[in-house]
Design a protein around this ligand. Structure first.
Ligand SMILES: C[S@@+](CC[C@H](N)C(=O)[O-])C[C@H]1O[C@@H](n2cnc3c(N)ncnc32)[C@H](O)[C@@H]1O
Length: 262
């Protein structure tokens, strides 16, 4: 099983959004609730409150069945176009948008962001604001020249992606190529925000194994430069709780804020 690269077909057949949410985001036990969500939500809150990263459109790439990373963004963008490769993930996202009784309950995460923002609004108001900003849930494929093919999305002010590119990319060369293709999706002077996990070789979704690409800081930052971006900020935080390395073995959270030149 080790070193087996997960194919697109395996994603289509075996990635179960309910199992993913249960493993990683359920309150009180989800592996990513705490260290990972704190890292993402704090960094995005800081980035969006500084005032430079804002505008008309945010493109969210590879959301899976999750919404957590959009809670601060909805304060500073007029509209959010989200996307994922898998139909089952897009359907799960839509359930939350439509307040389907079967949708995942993100209240614990929404509360965390409301706290960060000084509780200007209630969790319900925050959720409604995000729902009102999401205008499209598109199919994307990181490995295509136009990842939204056949849809052509006008260049955005910002492209955000969390825990995604290590799934479809086999190596740093492929990752760099995806970043190059993202150039066409971002306005000149626009922003690219990538938050993810380093040195992850696998993650489980329920009983199913999925591979992940590994890289080093130097290679990673070089990929952004080679793809034509200026790095504004790079943050690396080691994983403190290593008690569940059998579910996923990443050892560092990273955040790269890069900018497309004017
Ligand atoms: C570990 S999950 C991350 C989900 C979510 N972004 C999060 O932060 O929890 C990896 C995601 O990569 C997506 N993915 C897999 N292959 C892809 C591809 N070729 N293009 C874009 N996304 C892909 C999967 O559908 C899945 O949603």
């Amino acid at each position: 099983m080790a070193n087996t690269f997960t194919s697109q077909q395996t994603y289509i057949d075996e990635f179960n959004p309910k199992d993913y949410l249960q493993t990683y985001y359920v309150p009180g036990g989800g592996l990513l609730v705490g260290e990972w969500t704190d890292f993402v939500l704090q960094n995005l809150h800081d980035t969006f409150t500084k005032g430079e990263v804002r505008g008309e459109t945010l493109l969210d790439f590879g959301a899976g069945p999750t919404i957590y990373h959009l809670l601060s963004a909805c304060e500073v963008f007029d509209k959010i176009i989200t996307s994922d490769f898998l139909e089952q993930n897009r359907a799960e996202f839509q359930k939350w948008l439509k307040k389907d009784p079967d949708a995942f309950d993100w209240t614990h995460i929404i509360k965390f962001v409301c706290d960060l923002e000084g509780n200007r609004e209630t969790c319900e108001e925050k959720a409604e604001k995000l729902r009102s900003k999401v205008t499209e849930v598109l199919k994307c494929d990181a490995l295509k020249k136009n990842p939204y093919d056949p849809v052509v999305v006008p260049p955005a002010d910002c492209l955000l992606s969390c825990l995604c590119l290590e799934a479809p990319c086999k190596d740093i060369k492929s990752y760099c190529n995806v970043l190059k293709n993202f150039q066409d999706l971002i306005k000149p002077g626009g922003h690219l925000l990538i938050l993810s996990a380093m040195n992850c070789t696998f993650y489980y979704v329920g009983q199913k194994y999925f591979s992940s690409m590994t890289t080093r800081k130097e290679e990673l930052e070089m990929a952004f430069k080679e793809a034509g971006y200026q790095i504004v900020k790079a943050v690396y935080t080691p994983r403190a709780d290593k008690s569940r390395m059998d579910i996923t073995d990443y050892d560092t959270n990273y955040f790269i804020h890069a900018r497309k030149p004017e």
